[in-house]
Design a protein around this ligand. Structure first.
Ligand code: IMP
Length: 491
């Protein structure tokens, strides 16, 4: 028996140990912090392959922190228009892509960090939609969110290059087409366009040179940049010639320049006042999409781990200084969009049941998401490399009394020997998942639960098992689609 969790299974399911998950946390991790850790700071990231449902939890945490500190900074450190989450504002559904969802909270200022890649026109369109939804003007006094002048631009040129490259070779076949990886590649090639280039007086010269470079690169792939169709929030359109490209940017620039700040001093001043400013770091994508730790090559290009915060804040905020770093996971399964294939893909029948019950369809594309069994080798690896201290478990109501929860405890190689998760598709194609059944509960009966005491014993056992196995304490769980269907372990 190679199951590395056999002793844990025995402790939880045979000896009845719950490791305290049936009680609130013994002390408040946001307030009772060790020396060197900043109170009232929390980072929330994706712990699997994205779409874990972080938005609701961020919303709840904004409420808790705003109550304590009065003001909030909601900081996003990675990714760009590839993210998509729906928030409900006054009964209106609003799709956010570049803005952190917490930025909509009345006490919050959203900050789009240096680690992000910014599409200016889409950001302006999104800001207009947000301003309309929350009934606030969009002007120099009330920008929808602040943008670090050092953030990198991800423009139509990058979207066109990604499209041309995709047709040339198979790499990036699962990508969202938002030019994310070419924009990050510009940094390593040492020719990025940053937000500060767009707001500079000589922006036309800088952006013209950039267009010419990408026209040449795309020419080399046998295509004409002007004729390539790219997605945008206003629909699919051709990139157009240089003057069209510049004119679109000119319009966006007029609105965007209200929002541009040098984020380093802005953050430094507020980070030093833990009683006045709550900090929420809201990650996009997830560790399973990280270019170093995700299932390569179907990965994104940004750093979705908590480590990315140090780079994005230019060394100001190390993840170890943040009081709570929580990876978000779907409690009983994972979902994945893209072309990656894990050894834990679920057979169609059960996957279809979960997909329907949990509405596992892409927020913007409506693409059905792949459904995976809860995969301890990969989720444990993700929790470790991202440095998670806590877990947020979503969709605790997706469990069936007639169906045990099958979880993957370990992988084996072609000789039947234990094999770890490793971040490489070719390697993962050669391993086999080994499973264990855990007792389930009636998810429909649990739906909407708000108190720990409302959870059935088998759900508590399950939470004890997976949080111990992943090495992080439970922080919150969601139990249904309504906003208040949420359980917190915060005292
Ligand atoms: P890119 O970020 O557009 O380069 O896409 C790379 C991979 O990450 C693709 O498989 C995408 O489907 C996936 N991806 C990017 N952003 C998200 C997200 O917010 N949720 C889920 N998958 C994502």
């Amino acid at each position: 028996m190679n199951d590395p969790f056999a002793a844990l299974y025995h402790a939880v399911y045979e000896e009845g140990q719950l490791f305290g998950v049936d009680q609130p946390l013994a002390s408040d991790p946001l307030r009772d912090v060790p020396h060197g850790v900043r109170p009232n700071s929390i980072a929330i990231g994706g712990g699997a392959f994205g779409d874990e449902g972080k938005g609701r939890v961020v919303d709840e945490l904004c409420g808790i922190l705003a109550h304590r500190t009065g003001q909030l900074v909601v900081y996003r450190w990675n990714g760009g228009a590839n993210a998509g989450h729906t928030v409900i504002v006054d009964d209106q559904r609003l799709a956010l892509h570049q803005m952190p969802s917490g930025a909509l909270h009345a006490a919050a200022v959203g900050v789009l960090g240096k680690g992000m890649v910014i599409h200016p026109e889409d950001l302006v369109e999104e800001s207009l939609q947000v301003a309309r939804a929350i009934n606030r003007p969009l002007d120099a006094e009330t920008p929808a969110a602040l943008v670090d002048l050092n953030a990198v631009l991800a423009l139509d040129t990058h979207r066109a290059f990604e499209a041309a490259l995709k047709a040339w070779e198979r790499g990036g076949s699962g990508a969202t087409g938002r030019g994310i990886s070419p924009a990050y590649a510009d940094v390593l090639l040492r020719h990025p366009m940053r937000v500060r280039d767009l707001v500079a007086d000589d922006w036309r010269e800088r952006l013209s040179q950039h267009y010419e470079l990408y026209a040449a690169l795309i020419n080399g792939l046998g295509r004409h940049i002007a004729e390539i169709s790219v997605p945008s929030l206003r629909g699919i359109r051709e990139v157009g010639d240089q003057s069209t490209f510049l004119e679109r940017l000119r319009l966006a620039r007029e609105v965007l320049h209200w929002s541009v700040v040098d984020a380093y001093p802005y953050l430094a001043e507020r980070w030093a006042q833990p009683d006045q400013f709550g900090f929420i770091f809201e990650g996009a994508q997830a560790v399973g999409l990280d270019p170093r730790f995700g299932v390569y090559p179907d990965v994104t290009a940004s750093d979705p781990t908590f480590g990315g915060i140090l780079a994005s804040t230019e060394g100001l905020i190390a993840p170890e200084q943040i009081a709570v770093r929580a990876n978000t996971l779907k409690a009983t399964y994972s979902s994945s969009v893209g072309t990656r294939r894990l050894p834990t893909h679920m057979p169609d029948l059960l996957a279809m049941r979960i997909r329907e019950d949990a509405h596992e369809y892409g927020a913007t594309t409506r693409r059905p998401r792949d459904i995976l069994y809860f995969d301890l080798p990969c989720l444990g690896y993700f929790a470790r490399v991202s440095g998670a201290t806590h877990l947020v478990l979503t969709h605790l109501d997706i469990a069936y009394p007639d169906q045990p929860i099958q979880i993957c405890t370990h992988y084996t190689d072609s000789n039947g020997n234990p094999a770890p998760y490793r971040p490489d598709q070719a390697y993962l194609n050669g391993v086999t998942a080994q499973f264990r059944d855990l007792p389930s509960w009636d998810g429909a009966a649990l739906r909407g639960a708000k108190r720990l005491a409302d959870l059935p014993h088998s759900a508590l056992q399950y939470i004890a098992f997976i949080t111990q196995a992943l090495g992080a304490a439970p922080l919150m769980a969601t139990t249904g689609a309504q906003r208040d269907a949420l359980i917190s372990w915060l005292p």
